[in-house]
Structures are given as C-alpha cells and as structure tokens.
Design a protein around this ligand. Sequence first.
Ligand code: PLP
Length: 369
Amino acid sequence: MAGSATSRAASAPRQEGAQPWIDLAVGCPDWEPPRACIESAAAACGPRVPYRTPGGDPDLRQRLVEESAWNAGGGDIDCVLTTGGKEALFLGLGAILVPGDVVLVCAPYWPSFLEQIRAWGGVPHVIPEGRDGLPQLHALASAAPRAKAIIVNTPSNPSGRIWPTARWQELSKLAHREDLWVVLDAVYGGLAYSERSCVQNGLPTALLARTLVVDSGSKSYSLPGLRIGWATGPARWIQAMRSLQDASSTHPSLAGQAALRAALDIDPDWSSGVRARLQQRAEALWKAVQASKSLTMRLPEGGLFGLIELPAGTDDRDFVRRLAEEQQVAVIAGSAFGAPTTLRAALTVDPEGLREAVRRIECVVERPS
Ligand code: PLP
C-alpha cells in the first residue's frame, strides 16, 4: 500500500550507524514476477504503440470471464480491464453511486475504500469487527437498510482474514432482502494459503447477479508497477464502468495487458510456490508474536499482511514513530485501517526478518516513552 500512511513511516528520522532497517510497511511483493510476464510486457511495446480498444483487449476480457469462478452461475457477465485493481474499484463505485449513497465497509479496512467512496459523493459506514475477525452481523443487519452497497475484501488487507462460506450465505440473504450491491475486492484471492479457503468457493451463486469482483496482477503475479487489474460482474455494471473509463483513461497500458495475458498461462507451481512462501512467513510472524510477552495476533489465512495487537491503551501512531526511530522497523499504524492499538506488518521479508522485527517491537513495548 503506497501513499500517506507509508510516507509517515518512511519520513521517520534514520540514525547513522544504526542496525539495518526492516521494512514491513509497503505491501509490495519482494519476489520477481514470472519471466514470461516481463518478456510479454516488453514485446507489447513494438515500434508503434497505438491506442487500442477502450475497456481492454476483447479476447483477454473474454478469457477472464470464462475462467472466473463467478461465471459459474451463468447470466450476463462481462469484464473490464483496468489500471490496477484500484481503478476497477473506483470505476465500479462510480458506476453505481449518487451523492449521499451509503456504502458499508468492514473494519479493519483498506483506507482507499473510504477515500474512493467519498470521491464519488458517497458516505462510508464502517461495520465494526467481531471477535471472530469478521464484521459484526447485527451491525451489518441494522445498517444495511440504509445502504446502497457493501465492499468485502477477502483475504483482507490488513488482517489476512478470509470470509468463510457461512458468512457469504448470510450476506447473500441480506443483500437480497435489502437490495444491496456487493463489491468483492479479491486482489489477494490468488494468495489464499489453503485450497479450502479459496475466495471463489465461498461466494454463493445467488449473489453473482449483484456482485462485482475486482482482481489485479499486482499481488498474485507480483506486477504492481505494470498497473493491471480487472473487474468481472453483471454486464450493465461493467458497461457503465467502461463508459467512465472511456471518458478518463481509455484503457490500461498495453504492456500491462500483455503481462496479464502471459500470467494466465504460467506454470501453476509458480503460484503455489508464492502461496507456500507467504504461509511460511505468516506462521513465522504469528509464532514469534505468540511467544512474546505482550503481543497477540490472529494467524493470517491469506494475502500479504498480518495485524499485531499491542497492549491495551497503546497509541499505535506514536508507537510506529518510536519503532522507526528507536528500532528501525517500518510498519503502518492500525488506526489507518480502522484498527487502533494494532500494527500492520507486511509479509515482505523472510521469516528471520519477521522474527527480528517482533523482537524489536517488544523492545519498544518494554521501554516506556
Ligand atoms: N485492494 C486492496 C485491499 C489493496 O490492498 C490494494 C493495493 O494495495 C488494491 C486493492 C489495489 O491494488 P492495485 O491497484 O495495485 O491492483
């Protein structure tokens, strides 16, 4: 996650001669993308680089529709290629919101959800997290009648929590009863550690007709700088997004589209290797936190992050500043994600680095300011 929260960590004063930094702030994969993606991206830039079809290459869009599990329910499904998952979310919200519309956002949340909703004149309504790490059901049910849509992000940035099937069933009933649109941010869907916890398996077919699914090459294929994403969903919703895109960016870069096309054909072992690496890191972080005297956390089930809970009453923003200044560890304060008294740690270094980061976090906990 680039942007304001990250720059807060990066702007911390760095001491001369101090120990090496451990940067767990930005959710940018630290491994190389598949070589075929980079070669295809380079080949896409021939002697001429013309404009192409708004909405992205029709064949690639068709393939994404055919391969998406969300197509299983049949119906009129379409796809738009976008400049990262971020543009897909932005256009998806812009296509349905009018000023004053309420959108439900589940805490802990990715901060851009709030910014994007507000940019279209909408009003975010945050649903608090229950003890199970999922949005509280009674809060969802009482806010839904006033809402136009809900954003679900699973696996979650920042917590790594994955929605179980039962929660999807409950949302499906609620969405039908209250006529809610669902925006499923599945940009970490390809990074669910266990086959059984795959995002696709949980989504009820009955919800497809009112769900937009956002995905991206940034995380699953380690291509964030190529800015390629996509959304699949009901054809009318996608059509409205394409009109907005036509009026703004026209289509994502040809290099990004070519890299994504290549990514769809890579050896599945590459992806399972990435998932295994992340799972190993998540477990190393979790075990180190469990072994600590003062920290706790839930074991992430997918994605690139974990949320570490600080002792009750700790000011997480102040803690992040001290952690950077005193111990050279960069993380993001949980308050930025609607999760005060926590730290978001990116799984972007090897287990040894994560264990060392936890050791340094403990040093700051133990040393009163
Ligand atoms: N959604 C979530 C939850 C994210 O964390 C991010 C990036 O950090 C995105 C969407 C957008 O990613 P991109 O635009 O790189 O595809």
